[in-house]
Write a protein that binds this ligand. Structure first.
Ligand code: C2E
Ligand code: CA
Ligand code: CA
Ligand code: CA
Length: 273
């Protein structure tokens, strides 16, 4: 297919019928976005339910497109993964999150999402070590979030163990949404389980969702893992999670993801209160 090199890609442009051409265009745009520093990290506070203070923040990437505005991660991470660009972009995310955490007025945790591709194609251990060294962030303040889409081969399990030995924590993200959650838990000693927002959302209306959340928390406790409930949007959900004994909660009811500047102020405020 012929394409005008200056026309650029279009996210979900219905006039581009050729999916491969569209994904190639997006790939090119991502490459220049990386070169032009168009990515930005937002940070969402995570509330410690025992102390009612902020425990840490999850870094969430956005693409600040010069003309299209803020583009959410689910619209470009898949192409970044397919093209291998997630390697350099992921390294940037790690460095940026670690150095931002160093600017906070209180030594809170920073959680960074890792793509399965970063395990496959990259020496993720070296990337993490370099991000810690470059920023000066103590390893104990870094949490790496992975999902069940990371295949726990002997090699990736060994890598996770080396990361844990550095002092980094490993969280299992979106727990309960995959098909292998239980065997996954058995394969690696995670530090934390993040309970997917689909269960949290159901908690106040459905006894079944409530039962699943409670069982997950109790399972995590027995396995000496902590729990973060995601997608908390109402006070009722937060109350239900306290009652169920979750360690932490995260969601719009507590705070939305915010810029580097806003999160620094938010943390200073939380610790002053
Ligand atoms: P995730 O890791 O499960 O991140 C949580 C998502 O839920 C975020 O969406 C967040 O903004 C959203 N969220 C937080 N609280 C609420 C709430 O109360 N209600 C609702 N409805 N949503 C809430 P976001 O930022 O669009 O990220 C989507 C996904 O993209 C993430 O899901 C993660 O899988 C991926 N992602 C984000 N940042 C990165 C990154 O730096 N690297 C990689 N590899 N993936 C990332
Ligand atoms: Ca996550
Ligand atoms: Ca999640
Ligand atoms: Ca998710």
């Amino acid at each position: 297919a012929k394409s005008d090199p200056d026309s650029g890609y279009r996210l979900y442009d219905p006039t581009i019928k050729d999916a491969r051409a569209e994904s190639r265009a997006l790939e090119g745009a991502l490459r220049s976005a990386h070169d032009n520093n168009e990515f930005e990290l937002f940070y969402q506070p995570i509330l410690d339910l025992a102390t009612n203070r902020i425990w840490g923040c999850e870094a969430l990437v956005r693409w600040k497109h010069p003309t299209k505005g803020m583009i959410p991660p689910l619209e470009f991470i898949p192409t970044a993964e397919e093209s291998g660009l997630i390697g350099p972009i992921g390294d940037w995310i790690l460095k940026e999150a670690c150095s931002t955490a160093m600017t906070w007025s209180f030594p809170l945790k920073v959680a960074v999402n890792l793509s399965p591709m970063q395990f496959k194609r990259r020496d993720i251990f070296t990337s993490v070590k370099q991000a810690l060294a470059a920023s000066g962030l103590p390893a104990s303040r870094l949490v790496l979030e992975i999902t069940e889409t990371v295949k726990l081969t002997e090699e990736s399990t060994a890598t996770l163990k080396r990361l844990k030995a550095l002092g980094v924590s490993i969280a299992l993200d979106d727990f309960g949404t995959g098909y292998a959650s239980m065997s996954y838990l058995r394969s690696f000693p995670f530090d934390k389980i993040k309970i997917d927002q689909s269960f949290v959302r159901g908690m106040t209306g459905s006894p079944d969702s409530r039962a699943i959340v409670k069982a997950t928390i109790s399972l995590a406790n027995d396995l000496r893992m902590s729990t973060t409930a995601e997608g908390v949007e109402t006070e009722e959900q937060l109350d239900a999670l306290r009652l169920a004994g979750a360690s932490q909660a995260q969601g719009y009811f507590i705070a939305k993801p915010m810029s580097r500047e806003a999160i620094a102020a938010f943390i200073a405020d939380d610790r002053r209160a």
